[in-house]
Design a protein around this ligand. Structure first.
Ligand code: NAD
Length: 497
């Protein structure tokens, strides 16, 4: 452990907070208070107590941020070369690497996630900034063969002012996978982080300015969804919305976008299958399942929350999973626990309601099931890692996203039944399969409806692989070169020679 990491963890443990956290919105290149003066508390989910205050924005703060972003769109930013935009992103990547420990401890305090998970997220953002730094000057169009008398070309232009709405489960990484490609493409932005987790996004904006971003190019307004979020997506000065969050809110955002015919990209929920075929290597597959559902205490849109296991290995797999899960320790993200807290009491109650409904319906709970008493876990918001047998494809356990450390089990006989089970929900975000038979794996990959398919390792690929959903998991793609093109509008130009 580095000296700085130890110091930061000590400070956070001793005082329950860190000195020097931002407290205002970031608008026009500086931190500012809300027009109304309103503030809100930020809670540490690991202890259940507030650790800082931050500005709570409304439509007036959104108005100022959109005006700053619109002005910046035609300012010095518009005259920078793509390579110069890339240099700013690369400097930001280096600066973030140097401050990674501070960003990680803040992310743990704000979201609750384990420090090792937060460090993984921050490392991913260092890489994301570097990836889009390198991509900024490779965003070229095509020349189109129209015969000897014409010249046809396509040009990728920045889409304009981007509004990004971010949820609380991966605050910094989700914000960065919108901010970095939008900046690489030459856009300006107004970002609204989740009300539960604003700090690392505010810190990223300050860091990008230190790296040379002109004022007004990136603006952050903290605040609630109903006040700041709704005002942002309804604003006529927005050209493109990137929304990440629940299906219900995504539908509201889509309706608001219709009023101004604003371009829209939705990254919504999931209920993703993780299939274990009889010929898989059981040890690594069981570890794959543990990571797929218990990382970030299961609060992951792409969690492998539905285990689909072939009948001949089901007993062995479930025995191994149960003993593995029962040995896992819960605790504050800054401790050496293996599962951290749930982000809010509201989310904790939602998870509990799903499991209690299943219990009442007679579903067999193989392990877990229940909120941990606060005195057992230092006052924070914790849910026991849980495994439950599903009862048929219509079972709400199969159909509904729980967004917590709850694994649903479906037992099948053979690949065709596994594919049918995998495709049986209204979501289509990710899907995974463990098998030694690559022909079988590829048949699954072709037949499953999902934005991404993982073979023999879940959550693999990183920033270079496009990411997004189909059906109720949304549409549009983040990450990769597809993520960069999300922030461009394509212009066709034809000349008669
Ligand atoms: P949520 O929909 O409640 O909130 C998400 C964001 O929307 C927050 O910033 C919130 O303030 C804002 N918001 C709320 N009402 C709004 C409105 N009327 N207009 C504009 N913005 C509004 O979701 P959540 O509970 O914060 O996040 C969990 C959900 O997000 C899960 O369903 C999860 O699957 C999904 N998610 C999806 C992805 C993905 O990439 N597909 C990634 C992470 C999370």
């Amino acid at each position: 452990m580095s000296f700085e990491r130890t110091e930061l963890v000590e400070e956070a443990r001793r005082s329950g907070t860190l000195a020097g956290l931002p407290s205002g919105h970031f608008i026009g290149g500086r931190f500012v208070a809300s027009v109304s003066g309103a503030e809100m508390d930020s809670f540490d989910p690991g202890s259940g107590v507030p650790f800082a205050k931050v500005a709570a924005g409304d439509a007036r703060d959104i108005g100022l941020a959109v005006a700053a972003a619109r002005a910046a769109l035609s300012g010095p930013w518009s005259r920078l070369t793509p390579a110069a935009r890339g240099e700013i992103l690369m400097r930001a990547s280096h600066l973030l690497r140097a401050q990674a420990e501070r960003f990680s401890v803040v992310e743990t305090l704000d979201s609750g996630k384990l420090l090792t998970e937060a460090e993984g997220d921050v490392g991913g953002v260092v890489r994301c900034l570097a990836y889009y730094a390198g991509a900024a000057d490779k965003l070229h169009g095509d020349s189109v063969p129209l015969g000897p008398d014409y010249l046809g070309v396509t040009i990728e232009e920045p889409v304009g002012v981007v509004a990004q709405i971010v949820p609380w489960n991966y605050p910094l990484s989700t914000a960065a996978r919108g901010i970095a490609p939008a900046l690489a493409a030459g856009c300006t932005l107004v970002v609204k982080p989740a009300e539960q987790t604003p700090f690392t996004t505010l810190m990223l904006a300050e860091l990008l300015h230190e790296a040379g971003l002109p004022e007004g190019v990136l603006n952050i307004v903290a605040g609630s969804g109903s006040e700041a979020g709704a005002a942002l997506v309804a604003h006529p000065g927005i050209d493109h919305i990137t929304f990440t969050g629940s299906v219900a809110t995504g539908q509201r955002v889509m309706r608001a976008a219709a009023d101004h015919v604003t371009r829209l990209q939705l990254e919504l929920g999931g209920k993703s299958p993780i299939v274990l075929m009889a010929d898989c290597e059981i040890g690594p597959a069981v570890e794959g399942v543990i990571g797929a559902i218990y990382e970030n205490a299961g609060q992951i849109c792409s969690a492998g929350s539905r285990l689909i296991v072939e009948d001949t290995i089901a007993e062995e797999v479930l025995d191994r999973l149960v003993s593995r899960v029962e040995a896992m320790t819960l605790g504050h993200g800054l401790s050496d626990a293996q599962i951290g807290p749930i982000n809010s009491p509201q989310q904790l109650a939602r998870i509990d309601a799903h499991v209690e409904r299943a219990r009442a319906a007679g579903n067999r709970i193989l392990t877990g099931g229940g909120v941990v008493a606060p005195e057992e876990c230092g006052g924070g918001w914790f849910y026991r890692p849980t495994i439950i047998l599903a009862d048929g494809l219509d079972d709400p356990l199969v159909q509904e996203e729980i967004f917590g450390p709850v694994l649903t089990v479906q037992i099948v006989s053979g690949l065709e039944e596994a594919i049918a089970a995998a495709n049986a929900t209204s979501y289509a975000l990710v899907a995974g399969i463990y098998t030694r038979d690559h022909a079988q794996a590829w048949r699954f990959a072709r037949a499953v409806d999902a934005g991404q398919v993982y073979i023999n390792e879940f959550f693999t690929g990183g920033v270079a692989m496009p990411f997004g959903g189909n059906r109720q998991s949304g549409f549009g793609r983040a990450k990769g070169m597809a993520g960069l093109r999300s922030y461009c509008k394509l212009k066709s130009v034809v000349a008669r020679l």
